[in-house]
Every structure is written in structure tokens, then in C-alpha cells.
Design a protein around this ligand. Structure first.
Ligand code: SF4
Ligand code: SF4
Length: 302
């Protein structure tokens, strides 16, 4: 029996599948490698101390894509580094520094634990107004944070956060909406947490405290047709893959690949080749994540 999300061009009922077209790439993400010092429950990219499905990117590889974005005027203004834990990549500071030297807003996602703390001196040297370090904190309470992130993950993360605060870094927090807490409640409690810890953050700013809805991957989701945009009053230009890409290096591959978005690092059909300019093509929304996370859930990873 035919299944949903099978034919790239058509949905199961024969309708035209929705697609997204990128005209510029405002944000380019680099997945510096999937290895992480911890293994959180529901890590969307399944990172852990042993998952090396995405290898470490080298500085030379990152530079090549940044240079391409500049030379081909792809409209890029922001470079993001994600993982895994980016500070486990030996060359990440050179990558960050290069991105800053080219005038890009530069965002680094981290768990602010030992891999970051081990590189304090080098990080201090490259601090810049265009650099933002975004720290993942799954809950403002230690017990709940550690339910997701594992034992002994909270205090060291707090050390990292306090260090960023004390040393005048631009930083932000990212959290997940868990345990049926609504967004207002989460922001109110983060406001108390921020005050109690003397952090320089605004819990009511969507940039300074980013929240991600928890999605059930197993739940069934409809396919998105070209007619859905009008029905849902959505614009394809609001979808992440209309303005960003992620560079990854798959294990055993010689060259890095350009992937449609940060959500589908392992799906070969969303691998758009080895150049950013070549990746500016139609992306057919032929994956449950496209429907669940992007079109219906409205959630994106950036
Ligand atoms: S710290 Fe981030 S990358 Fe590492 S396992 Fe947790 S969610 Fe995944
Ligand atoms: S999951 Fe990725 S490819 Fe699919 S719609 Fe979302 S951003 Fe685009």
C-alpha cells in the first residue's frame, strides 16, 4: 500500500505537493559535528558522546562556504554554529572568529558546560558585539533540567552562564516547553530565575529567551499541498528553508553537504549538493517534519 510522504511531487491523494523556494540565504548554519559531551532525552539530532554520524567540520571547509556566500552575494547576514556541542570541535573558535571578521552576526548554540568552559581564554579574546552565545537550559529548576539532560548537568551549566554574564558576552537562553507549562508561565518563572541569578537578560524577549514547543514525532500529520498555503493563511517565505541552509559533513563523506534545513540532517532527499548557490532550488515538503514542525506547528530551529 502506498504511504504518505512518498512521492516528492505529489501527496497520497494526487494533489500537488507544497514546495518552498529560497531566493536568498539570510542564515547559514554549520553543524560542527554531532558529538556532544551529554546525551539529552529527545535531542532532535540524537547527539551524544558516541554519535558521530556528522563528522567535525574543519575551518577550511567552513571558510569555503562563508567565502562562497560573500562572493555570490547570497544575502547572508547571520552565521550559526550548532552541533552536537560546537565547543568540542577543535577549530570552532577560528571559525567563529572568521565569521565575525567578515561582519556577520554570529550565533553559537551551546550547553555552556565543560567544552565551553575549557576554552574560556580563547573565547574572551574573540568576544565581539556581533557574537551571541545561546545556552540551552531545559528548565529553570535543576531537577527538571537534569531529568532531560542527565545528572550533574545543571550546576556546571550555571557556571558557564555566570561566566558569560560576568564577562559581558551577548548571550541568550533556549528552553523547551515541557510538562504542559504554557509560554506565559515559563517566561514568568524564567524572569524569577534571571533575577535570582543576577543575569542581564529579559525573559519576555523572544530573542533572549527562545522557547521551542515539544513535538510528538510519532503523531500522524497531514501532507501539505500547494492549496494549504491559502487555507492556512501561511506564506512559504516564512518557512526556515526559504532563507537558510545547514552545512554538515556526513560520516565517511569526503566533502560537506548543504542541507535544506537544520531539522533534517540525515535525510538524503534533503541533501542539496555541495554548494550554497546550487542549493537555491525548490524544496518539496516531503517529510512529516515539514508538516508538523514548520507548516502546522510553526516551530523552527533558528
Ligand atoms: S546538549 Fe544539545 S546537542 Fe547535546 S545532546 Fe543535548 S540537546 Fe543534543
Ligand atoms: S523541515 Fe526543513 S525542509 Fe521541511 S519545511 Fe521545515 S525547514 Fe523546510
Amino acid at each position: 500500500m502506498e504511504k504518505k510522504f512518498n512521492n516528492p511531487l505529489q501527496t497520497l491523494d494526487g494533489s500537488d505537493r507544497a514546495f518552498v523556494e529560497a531566493k536568498k540565504l539570510s542564515t547559514i548554519w554549520f553543524n560542527t559535528g554531532t558529538l556532544c559531551n551529554i546525551a539529552c532525552k529527545n535531542c532532535y539530532i540524537e547527539s551524544s558522546p558516541t554519535n558521530d554520524r556528522l563528522s567535525y567540520l574543519s575551518f577550511a571547509e567552513v571558510k569555503q562556504f562563508i567565502d562562497e556566500a560573500i562572493e555570490k552575494k547570497l544575502g547572508t547576514h547571520e552565521i550559526g554554529f550548532t552541533g552536537g556541542e560546537p565547543f568540542m570541535n577543535k577549530e570552532v573558535l577560528t571559525m567563529i572568529d572568521y565569521s565575525l571578521s567578515k561582519g556577520f552576526k554570529t550565533l553559537v548554540l551551546t550547553n555552556a558546560m565543560k567544552p565551553m568552559l575549557n576554552r574560556k581564554e580563547a573565547l574572551l579574546k574573540i568576544n565581539h558585539p556581533n557574537l551571541t552565545i545561546r545556552v540551552s537550559i531545559d528548565h529553570y529548576e535543576k531537577e527538571k533540567h537534569e531529568k532531560i539532560r542527565g545528572q550533574n548537568t545543571y550546576d556546571v551549566m550555571m557556571q558557564g552562564l555566570q561566566w558569560l554574564n560576568k564577562n559581558q558576552f551577548n548571550y541568550a537562553l533556549a528552553t523547551r516547553l515541557l510538562w504542559d507549562e504554557d509560554e506565559d508561565h515559563v517566561r514568568k518563572n524564567f524572569n524569577n530565575f534571571i533575577k535570582a541569578n543576577h543575569l542581564q537578560l529579559d525573559a519576555y524577549s523572544k530573542k533572549q529567551l527562545v522557547t521551542f514547543a515539544e513535538m510528538d514525532e510519532k503523531q500522524d500529520t497531514p501532507e501539505i499541498t500547494t492549496a494549504c498555503w491559502k487555507i492556512l493563511n501561511k506564506n512559504p517565505d516564512e518557512i526556515m528553508c526559504s532563507s537558510s541552509r545547514m552545512i554538515v559533513k556526513k560520516k565517511n563523506n569526503v566533502k560537506p553537504s548543504v542541507i535544506a534545513c537544520t531539522l533534517l540532517p540525515y535525510d538524503q532527499s534533503f541533501d542539496l549538493g555541495d554548494s550554497l548557490a546550487g542549493s537555491l532550488k525548490k524544496i518539496y515538503l516531503n517529510h512529516p517534519h515539514c508538516s508538523k514542525f514548520c507548516v502546522l506547528g510553526g516551530s523552527s530551529c533558528s
